[in-house]
Design a protein around this ligand. Structure first.
Ligand code: VGL
Ligand code: ZN
Length: 209
């Protein structure tokens, strides 16, 4: 059972969005091709979905600015611009994404007290989203992951997939992903590799399919 896991392919992370990832929208056609021709048995998308007063927003911390380190519940937290606020256009899946092929959408980031980069659990690793159980119940053997942003939500989701679904092969789809900054992208690729995540490209997947 091969699963394609698309991370946060939302307007908010694409050019014009509130937390735009450089070239973020370049991955939308890649996602559409992989959904159509990648040979997957199941397609899951995650969606960052925050209350308007989320604690990861710099606007929730008087005097603080986006992209500064702050604190949330006593732990270091990157402070973000307001983004992906529930039910807004910024939180919507990208309009060019072929959503008809998605089997299941996993929302995350609803608890204002803790951020959730991973599609599987909160950053403090206590509250699970239910996605690991969902995939385990369906007998998943392989998860190919890509999306936005490589250095935050893709990295966290790929490493959690390895940790929470033992025995499942986890691959990072390089050209289905874009990140926020070069240094953190390089660190994320190293961390994923160290966790046992292999790297693959769209062309390789289409050839296997
Ligand atoms: C993300 C920062 C804050 C992501 C989400 O999707 O990578 N990054 N919220
Ligand atoms: Zn977020």
């Amino acid at each position: 059972m091969k699963c394609l896991l698309l991370i946060d392919l939302q307007s908010g992370f694409c050019p014009g969005g509130n937390l735009a990832v450089p070239e973020g929208d370049d991955v939308i056609p890649v996602a559409n091709r992989l959904m159509a021709k990648g040979g997957y048995d199941m397609i899951v998308a995650s969606q960052d979905w925050h209350p308007a007063d989320h604690g990861s927003f710099a606007s929730s911390h008087p005097g603080r600015s986006p992209f500064e380190m702050g604190e949330l519940k006593g732990k270091p937290q990157m402070l973000w611009p307001d983004h992906c606020v529930e039910h807004t256009d910024d939180a919507a899946l990208h309009p060019a994404l072929d959503v008809t092929r998605i089997d299941y959408i996993q929302k995350k980031g609803m608890d204002r007290e803790v951020d959730s980069y991973s599609a599987f659990r909160d950053n403090d690793r206590t509250a699970h989203t239910g996605l690991a159980d969902y995939l385990r119940q369906r007998g998943v053997t392989q998860i190919d992951i890509g999306g936005l942003a490589t250095d935050y939500c893709v990295q966290a989701s790929a490493i959690d997939a390895v940790e929470m679904l033992p025995g499942v092969r986890v691959r990072f789809i390089e050209d289905l992903s874009r990140g926020i900054a070069p240094e953190t992208i390089a660190a994320a690729e190293e961390a994923m590799a160290a966790a046992g995540v292999t790297t693959v490209t769209e062309a390789e997947i289409l050839r296997e399919a």
